[in-house]
Ligand binder design. Structure first.
Ligand SMILES: NC(=O)c1ccc[n+]([C@@H]2O[C@H](COP(=O)([O-])OP(=O)(O)OC[C@H]3O[C@@H](n4cnc5c(N)ncnc54)[C@H](OP(=O)(O)O)[C@@H]3O)[C@@H](O)[C@H]2O)c1
Length: 260
């Protein structure tokens, strides 16, 4: 990729710019002008250029990244005319490939899912369908997962929401330690450190199921097992499952909505 055009300079695309520059991407990054303060800061600090309007970005860029919220996608489509075969990589959750093809008829559309860890080049980078150009352009943002199946991509979007939910679980656990009198910084270190242990063990033993790794620790008679008994009586898993179902339902509904 020689140049990247961003339509929609927001929270996520800002992190994409940080991650790409951090990984050494030296090509042009061209920004749409809306959200002027953020675009100006990126131009100043990350060597980007803010263009006059969305069409100017389309014309100047080789590859386009669509970073507006889903309800704004149709409005952007009405404002721009892409070159035949130009790649449009969409971050808009729940807007399917068929809908994108209808809205941007000339474009070659690809979907992309990222987390904020893109700014540290540590995001899960999910691409659908597999596409060499797109994968080459964004692989530096983290760990690449290419999915051919769009239904699997919607599930990957639910997994991306888990990323946000984990913070609330971790906050609850930290809060419990603080309520018992521990200093906030120590509680944070302990919660994150124990999570880190868990991630490291799981990553370095891919042949072991997550459940087996937990069971190896919660052996009968341990304090871990005592606590686990209580956890298994609470509908925590059911609650998380219900949250996943709500999100998946919303994504599938949006992907079937007729376009304006
Ligand atoms: N945030 C996440 O963690 C996350 C994760 C995965 C996927 N996504 C997807 O990524 C996309 C962006 O999310 P976000 O959280 O970064 O949203 P955001 O912060 O609201 O950014 C969207 C940006 O698009 C701008 N915009 C709106 N209409 C526009 C138009 N017609 N032309 C040019 N720019 C326009 C907005 O400007 P104004 O502020 O002026 O409206 C805003 O700066 C969404 O589609 C979301 O589904 C987000």
């Amino acid at each position: 990729m020689h140049s990247l055009g961003i339509l929609g300079v927001g929270e996520l695309t800002e992190k994409v710019v940080h991650g790409l520059r951090r990984a050494g991407f030296a090509g042009e990054i061209l920004l749409s002008p809306r959200n002027a303060a953020r675009a100006a800061a990126l131009a100043r600090d990350f060597d980007c250029r803010v263009l006059a309007d969305n069409q100017a970005v389309v014309e100047a860029a080789e590859l386009l990244l669509l970073g507006v919220r889903p309800p704004e996608v149709a409005a952007v489509a009405a404002e721009v005319r892409l070159r035949p075969g130009q790649r449009l990589v969409s971050l808009a959750a729940g807007i399917g490939l068929e809908q994108l093809a209808t809205l941007f008829p000339a474009a070659q559309c690809v979907r992309l899912m990222l987390s904020y860890a893109a700014q540290f080049n540590q995001s899960t980078v999910v691409v659908c369908p597999a596409d060499g150009e797109t994968q080459g352009a964004f692989a530096s943002l983290g760990n690449l997962v290419a999915l051919e199946d769009e239904a699997a991509f919607e599930l990957a979007t639910v997994a991306a929401c888990m990323n946000g939910w984990f913070y609330f679980l971790l906050d609850d656990l930290q809060q419990w330690l603080c309520d018992k009198g521990m200093a906030e910084a120590d509680a944070r270190t302990l919660v994150l450190g124990n999570l880190q242990d868990c991630l490291l063990s799981a990553r370095t033993q891919p042949g072991q199921s997550l459940k087996a790794l937990g069971e190896a620790i919660a052996t009968p008679g341990t304090f871990t097992a005592d606590g686990l008994k209580v956890l298994m009586h609470q509908p925590v898993g059911a609650t998380w499952g219900a949250a996943c179902e709500v999100v998946l339902d919303g994504l599938l509904t949006r992907s079937k909505l007729p376009l304006p």
